[in-house]
Design a protein around this ligand. Structure first.
Ligand code: NYM
Length: 211
């Protein structure tokens, strides 16, 4: 059976990912693409036991060392890895708000080594497309809600953005995230739709990070 497509959205805090993942799912459901239940899915998934710990960390109710935080963010993805593969295997498309790239970007921005950070997520399902919503730090910080959680301050965001720049590669589509949300959604559709069509026509296995 043809597998589903794994679509990932990445970007800085307040870049519009949450809105655009929702609009992307709505757009895909109108086209009749078979979708996993309850999309968009997101990382961190704060509903699992590990996710609850991450939530208390992100809302500054607990402290964690940088290494421990990194491994917990990664473990939060690993506890979903089988679910993702199963959905894709049933031919369902999956849309994620953040993935392993965020894990690496935020941890390397804190000073951890790139290789060490990459290792924890090695072997996770590889996205077919990474939509990176590009919004300048100055624009993001002016958006409602910026500053509510740990890391939401300009200097950290600039460092995170610099690591994302190093991660951009094959399979990434950088989409200009400023402008009206409908315009951004059209730009997203222009990069996502051809990938969904291409994957639907193939009968291959889902790949693995960091291949
Ligand atoms: N974050 C997210 C990490 O530091 N590492 C990760 O692996 C992931 C997935 O969590 N500031 C950070 C980035 C965000 C925060 O994300 C929560 P969101 O999309 O605001 O819920």
């Amino acid at each position: 059976m043809p597998r589903g497509t794994l679509i990932v959205f990445e970007g800085l805090d307040r870049c519009g990912k949450t809105t655009q993942t929702r609009l992307c799912v709505e757009g895909l459901s109108r086209t009749g693409v078979k979708l996993a239940a309850g999309l968009p899915w997101r990382f961190p998934d704060r509903t699992t036991p590990i996710g609850e710990v991450l939530n208390t960390y992100l809302t500054s109710k607990t402290e964690l060392g940088d290494e421990a935080a990194h491994l917990l963010f990664s473990a939060n993805r690993w506890e979903k890895a089988a679910t993702i593969r199963e959905a894709l295997g049933r031919g369902e498309t999956v849309v994620y708000d953040r993935y392993a790239y965020s894990g690496v970007a935020y941890s390397v921005a804190k000073g951890l080594g790139m290789e060490w950070c990459l290792a924890a997520d090695e072997g996770l399902p590889r996205p077919d497309v990474v939509v990176f919503l590009e919004v300048g730090v100055d624009e993001a910080r002016g958006r409602e809600g910026f500053g509510g959680e740990r890391f939401e301050e300009a200097e950290t965001q600039k460092r995170v953005g610099a690591v994302f720049d190093r991660l951009k590669g094959e399979g990434w589509s950088v989409v200009e995230g400023s402008g009206r949300m409908e315009e951004v959604a059209e730009r997203v559709k222009a990069v996502v739709w051809p990938v969904v069509q291409a994957v639907t026509g193939r009968d291959d296995e889902v790949g693995e990070l960091w291949g």
